[in-house]
Design a protein around this ligand. Structure first.
Ligand code: PHE
Length: 331
């Protein structure tokens, strides 16, 4: 009894089942090792060649059709099950959503970005320099005499006799002046290291260094750029004090103080006109070119800007402290 009827019968039966387990039983019944199709193949084994071929073609077609019906039914059963699960789900629309915490810029990076933006706008180019430096770029070329206290163990972290962690970003001045020709107008920011630790000092802190070399650059240019910058940064009402100072690599030199909320003068930067010896060291003609440089203490600026009393807070990674700056990211 090899006829297409078996497909019709199988289909009817397949459509009475309601789940995958029942369907699997039918799968075995029709297509399994001892199932209908296999049995039929055994029955035609002894028939004549031609008849055997014809019947086996039919049997193979039936097998294919039943298989197709089973797969279709399987998909339907799965879909019905999913739909049922979905409909049974209770959705509580009053449940609060999942809050994804956003990170934010560290306040120090914040301040650096703000300052860089200002100087880029007036034509300064941002450059970077190494934190691990040699004596030549950190001291010698900057006209810092061999006996200067800044070189002693007390201030400097030495890696060996000639290599150290830079104590100032002024090393970048030398590196840039050595490889470029005036006019030079650069700004660099980064970490510097000094062996010091209290509420106003951490062994690692940040500086921003500016350098401008061209013909006819004067002390007035330096003072004007600093006033312009400080007015931008702190607002016009902030009180600025210029104080004569000394740095081996600038002459004349000055320091700038800002009056804080407690009416105390806080030093925030050192600056001056590049010393002719420094220009000589980097082979810039000092009778033709002059220039100025300034170095800002980023933590000091951040402490004044955000009214923070202890510098160590920046590096303790207390999430309660850091969270306060979330909405202060400068755009
Ligand atoms: N490098 C100096 C310091 O660390 C600051 C400075 C930079 C002074 C540039 C003059 C010119 O204190």
């Amino acid at each position: 009894m090899i006829s297409d009827d078996i497909v019709v019968i199988a289909k009817k039966e397949i459509y009475t089942v309601k789940n995958i387990t029942e369907l699997n039983i039918l799968k075995v019944k029709y297509l399994g090792k001892k199932g209908y199709i296999k049995t039929q193949f055994l029955l035609i084994k002894n028939l004549k060649k031609e008849e055997k071929i014809n019947k086996s073609i039919i049997l193979n077609q039936q097998k294919k059709k039943i298989k197709k019906i089973i797969i279709k039914r399987q998909k339907e059963i799965e879909l019905e099950k999913n739909n049922k699960n979905f409909l049974n789900q209770k959705i509580d629309i009053s449940l609060p959503g999942k809050y994804i915490e956003m990170g934010s810029e560290h306040p120090i990076k914040n301040i650096i970005n703000k300052i860089e933006k200002f100087f880029v706008k007036i034509g300064f180019e941002i450059v970077v320099g190494p934190e691990i430096e040699d004596v030549y770029h950190n001291f010698d070329a900057l006209n810092i005499p061999k006996h200067h206290p800044i070189r002693t163990e007390q201030d400097t972290f030495w890696l060996d006799k000639n290599i150290l962690l830079r104590t100032q970003t002024s090393n970048v001045q030398i590196r840039i002046m050595k490889r470029s020709k005036p006019p030079i107008r650069i700004l660099t920011s980064g970490k510097v290291y000094r062996n010091d630790y209290d509420s106003n000092h951490t062994p690692m802190f940040h500086q921003i260094e500016g350098l401008f070399i061209d013909k006819k650059i004067t002390f007035i240019d330096l003072k004007s750029i600093l006033i312009l910058f400080l007015n931008f940064f702190f607002g016009k009402k902030c009180k600025i004090r210029f104080r004569p100072s000394y740095f081996p690599f600038t002459e004349p030199s000055l320091e700038v103080d800002i009056l804080n909320q407690k009416k105390k003068w806080i030093e925030i930067l050192g600056a001056g006109m590049i010393h002719p010896n420094v220009l000589k060291n980097v082979k810039i003609n000092f009778s033709k070119y002059t220039g100025y440089a300034f170095g800002l203490g980023v933590e000091r600026l951040a402490m004044l800007y955000y009214n923070i009393q202890d510098i160590r807070l920046f590096y303790e990674n207390d999430i309660r402290f850091l969270k306060q700056f979330k909405f202060n990211n400068f755009i």
